[in-house]
Design a protein around this ligand. Structure first.
Ligand SMILES: O=c1ccn([C@@H]2O[C@H](COP(=O)(O)OP(=O)(O)O[C@H]3O[C@H](CO)[C@@H](O)[C@H](O)[C@H]3O)[C@@H](O)[C@H]2O)c(=O)[nH]1
Ligand SMILES: [Mn+2]
Length: 438
């Protein structure tokens, strides 16, 4: 099949942890024989090591400025204070060397060739499992255009994003997606949200074998979960955790696939299970001969995600995802395709305070970010400002943790894991009911 030089799959990573995800995206697209170019956008802070790994797999590794909504209010409601940086995704519209592209989140896993997506038009995407009249922005077809890019930034500036991330913004911008053209609705199998496995398990059993792209959306990413070296021996037929575990193991198989040594090791380990090339159909394989000793996906805290593991030396915690490591080398020695500045645009005010925003241009923010403190008094103000921002951020993080814990608890409840003797004891429920009725 001829290579299509004007079309590309595009992904994004702004930290070393997400680079692991991007690498898997590139590797599985290659393994399934795509005829399109592979592009990864990275922020300047990623390590040299990750960058080199990406260069092995992708046709282009493009350094882009980090764009952050810093919209703490909306991100708090989303339960993901870390997702402001997803505004960086908007830079994909600047890739005008391509006429049409498919964006894939770094936490997606491609199970087969999906080049047919290029037959769709901008903006095609699959429904979001949480609110199906919105599309999920983890997989979408778009046409790069500088005009669309500036309209999107303008929209961000004027209206912000209702979830603080790119998905809220894109849904508001492409607002007729839900009703206008059914061809722009990608089937769910092109963006199978991993949470759908337990929220609608019967549908997963009916249609899961048709899945083409799995999306590990939400807090838990495959790189947080250790590869299961000795999978279980006895699995109930309706075990959503087991299905997820299979996808996670497949993700690790793809991850290690980039070095021949690791691939060989893994092939030996999996030979009693399924051959690696067949793993794309794992979901239909009978979950027969394994004991479920895996950490439950919905309860990552039961096993330390960073636990040392012979096949998981790199598994990282969610907190590490958010760390911005800035190796001096990557800052001092930008590559030729790197923009001259490595600025993180501050769109905070644009999104959360419309009175302030309208007067501020991203470029202005960029300039003010780069300015040196004028004098000692200014430096002191900066320090006290930073301290109060830090304590505010800490209390935000505390609230986000509490929210996360409450969502996890609810998920466990919905999955039938009721803690009758503890949190869900009748006495506690009665107290909650009394509070509600007061
Ligand atoms: O620190 C980060 C966070 C995100 N990303 C990139 O942005 C994408 C989106 O973030 P992700 O953690 O995958 O978000 P989801 O859990 O998938 O959450 C939903 O909400 C996000 C914010 O609106 C959307 O970007 C997603 O597509 C949507 O699925 C990632 O895959 C990466 O490509 C980074 O590079 N660094
Ligand atoms: Mn995602």
């Amino acid at each position: 099949m001829p290579v299509e030089p004007n079309q590309a799959f595009v992904t994004l990573a702004t930290s070393d942890a997400y680079c692991m995800g991007s690498l898997v995206v590139g590797k599985c697209l290659r393994r399934h024989g795509t005829t399109r170019k592979l592009v990864v956008m990275v922020s300047p802070n990623i390590s040299r090591e990750e960058r080199l790994s990406l260069e092995d797999v992708f046709d282009e590794v493009i350094v882009v400025d980090m764009l952050n909504s810093r919209d703490r209010a909306h991100l708090f409601w989303l339960g993901r204070p870390d997702l402001g940086v997803t505004f960086t995704k908007l830079h994909c519209w600047t890739l005008t060397q391509y006429t049409k592209c498919v964006f894939l989140d770094a936490d997606t896993l491609v199970l087969c060739n999906v080049d047919e997506l290029f037959e769709r038009e901008e903006l095609s995407a699959a429904p979001d499992p949480g609110w199906p009249d919105c599309f999920n922005s983890g997989v979408f077809v778009f046409r790069p255009s500088l005009e669309t890019h500036s309209c999107l930034l303008e929209h961000a500036k004027m209206c912000g994003s209702f979830d603080g991330g790119d998905q809220g913004l894109l849904n508001a911008f492409f607002s007729d997606w839900a009703i206008k053209d059914i061809h722009k609705h990608l089937p769910f199998i092109y963006n199978l949200g991993a949470n759908a496995i337990y929220t609608y398990l019967p549908a997963f059993h009916k249609y899961g074998h048709q899945a083409k792209i799995v999306h590990f959306l939400g807090m838990n990413k495959p790189w947080h979960v250790p590869y299961q070296e000795h999978p279980s021996t006895e699995v109930p037929q309706w075990d959503s955790n087991r299905a997820l575990e299979k996808y996670v193991n497949l993700w690790w198989a793809e991850y290690y696939g980039h070095t021949k040594t690791h691939l060989n090791e893994l092939t030996h380990e999996l030979q009693d299970d399924e051959p690696i090339e067949e793993l794309g159909t794992l979901v239909t394989a009978p979950c027969s001969s394994h004991v479920d000793t895996s950490p439950h996906w919905s309860e990552p805290s039961t096993t330390s995600p960073t636990a040392s593991h012979p096949h998981n030396p790199k598994s990282v915690s969610p907190a590490e995802d958010r760390e911005e490591k800035i190796p001096s080398e990557s800052v001092q020695k930008p590559t030729s395709d790197a923009p001259s500045s490595s600025t993180c645009y501050q769109l905070e005010d644009m999104c959360s305070n419309l009175d302030v925003v309208s007067a501020v241009e991203p470029e202005d923010l960029e300039r003010s970010e780069l300015q040196e403190p004028q004098d000692e008094q200014k430096q002191e103000e900066d320090v006290s400002g930073a301290e109060s921002a830090l304590s505010e951020a800490e209390s935000d993080a505390g609230r986000a943790d509490a929210l996360h814990e409450s969502l996890e608890h609810r998920k466990r409840w919905e999955e039938g894991h009721v803690d009758y003797m503890g949190k869900d004891a009748f006495e506690n429920i009665r107290i909650k009911l009394d509070q509600f009725l007061d």
